[in-house]
Design a protein around this ligand. Structure first.
Ligand SMILES: Cc1cc2nc3c(=O)[nH]c(=O)nc-3n(C[C@H](O)[C@H](O)[C@H](O)COP(=O)(O)OP(=O)(O)OC[C@H]3O[C@@H](n4cnc5c(N)ncnc54)[C@H](O)[C@@H]3O)c2cc1C
Length: 381
């Protein structure tokens, strides 16, 4: 059984009480970054939960980070403004040199350095990461980067970006996933870098990033040249599990909000929740949430035990995203017309949780992973 971290959950709930629905509605309407919330979370040390104590973090297991993100989402808030930092730093931790760890991790742990941006997706390369075309060309002791990223969330609110770029042409490598390298790009003094906000369905501070001869010191490359895709993949189980925990939090918020409304809203002289037609979708969503939660716990258990957990992490992410979407649908329907009114927060959470059917990995790609890697079905791409 994984640890529940009840004390941590209580601290997150207390912190989130200072950021009620009105706070998130205002940010959402203005498409503003939730700076005060991210600062409070950073000051509390929770964003540094996974950073080892020797680098100034809390040195907690993945289950603690999952508990933090679940509670943030369960309170009606949104951790997407800063969740990436919890797992992107893992690439430095696992594959960086001692010097890189000393240089970045203490600053990230204290909040002095923000590593919120993760530049992988490009206009012509989303699900197929191996198709990325942004190049990093080695010239002496620097790399020169040219190309474009899209959907690079939080780039305007980050000091550093974890960047995946091509260091050798795709057709020169025996494996299509070779030839990509990972860099820590310090965006604060990067010449030739431009960031353009990308207005989206939800308030996600996402952007397009353009690289025009951007120079990165060679010492900022993480690990071996050409092996970057493997390092990114390595961090994906943690990412999938943490996103799944956020979905469980969303599902909980939708179920609780729907049940509370169903008890109080009276139509035809009785609470709408007295009608089984209203009860059952909420009850079904609750059951789906609880079963997805079991898979999240199993993925965490395997991750923490150092066992392979690719299948479980993927299934946890898919099942939890489906459960939160199902709960969102039940919650919106329970609210009738008021589900569409901003002041109930249902429509905002509905938009926010919809993202997880597509990002960071779409449902079809999870299914294809299970089909190929678990069931041994023929590879389709
Ligand atoms: C709000 C938001 C924030 C994001 N933040 C980041 C970020 O910070 N950093 C980052 O790098 N990326 C980010 N992304 C990008 C995200 O990871 C991609 O959108 C996602 O990986 C899907 O890629 P795509 O959009 O190019 O879709 P595509 O790859 O074009 O796929 C389109 C559709 O086709 C389906 N499809 C494609 N191939 C197959 C197949 N072989 N079989 C079956 N179905 C298939 C997919 O499932 C999908 O539904 C973000 C996206 C959004 C919307």
């Amino acid at each position: 059984m994984i640890a529940r971290h009840d004390e941590i959950r209580a601290s997150v709930q207390a912190l989130c009480r200072d950021f009620p629905g009105s706070y998130w509605r205002d940010r959402d309407r203005a498409r503003e970054y939730p700076t005060a919330f991210v600062k409070a979370l950073t000051d509390s040390g929770m964003l540094a939960a996974l950073i080892p104590e020797e680098y100034g973090g809390a040195g907690l297991p993945l289950s603690a980070a999952a508990a933090i993100l679940e509670e943030i989402h369960g309170s009606g808030a949104n951790g997407a403004a800063c969740h990436a930092q919890m797992y992107t730093m893992g690439t430095i931790l696992r594959h960086g040199s001692d010097a890189q760890k000393q240089r970045y991790l203490p600053g990230i742990a204290s909040g002095a350095l923000r590593l919120q941006a993760f530049g992988v997706t490009e206009p012509d390369a989303g699900s197929d990461t191996s198709a990325i075309r942004t190049t990093a060309e080695r010239r002496g002791d620097i790399y020169v980067v040219n190309g474009q990223k899209v959907w690079t969330s939080r780039a305007e609110y980050s000091d550093l970006m974890l960047l995946l770029a091509r260091t050798s042409p795709k057709d020169e490598n025996a494996k299509k996933t070779d030839g990509l390298s990972v860099f820590v790009l310090d965006m604060r003094d990067a010449k030739g870098l431009s960031i353009r906000p990308l207005r989206a369905m939800l308030n996600h501070a996402t952007t397009e990033v353009f690289f025009d001869n951007v120079e990165i010191p060679a010492e900022n490359r993480i690990g071996a040249e050409g092996k970057g895709f493997r390092y990114i993949l390595d961090g994906m189980n943690a990412e999938r599990i943490l996103i799944a925990a956020e979905c469980i939090g969303d599902a909980r918020w939708f179920v609780d909000t729907a049940a509370a409304y169903a008890k109080s809203r009276r139509v035809f002289g009785r609470p709408i929740g007295q009608n089984q037609g209203v009860q059952f979708p909420i009850a079904k969503a609750y059951a789906a949430m609880r079963s997805a939660e079991l898979m999240v716990h199993e993925a965490i258990r395997r991750y923490e035990a150092g066992e392979p957990c690719g299948a479980e992490a993927n299934m946890a992410k898919m099942l939890a995203a489906d459960a939160s979407w199902q709960a969102g649908e039940a919650c919106l329907q329970t609210h009738g017309g008021f589900g569409f009114a901003e002041e109930y927060d249902v429509e905002r959470k509905f938009r926010e949780t919809r993202l997880y059917q597509v990002a960071p990995i779409s449902t079809n790609l999870v299914l294809s992973y299970i089909a190929e890697h678990v069931l041994g079905l023929p590879r389709s791409f």
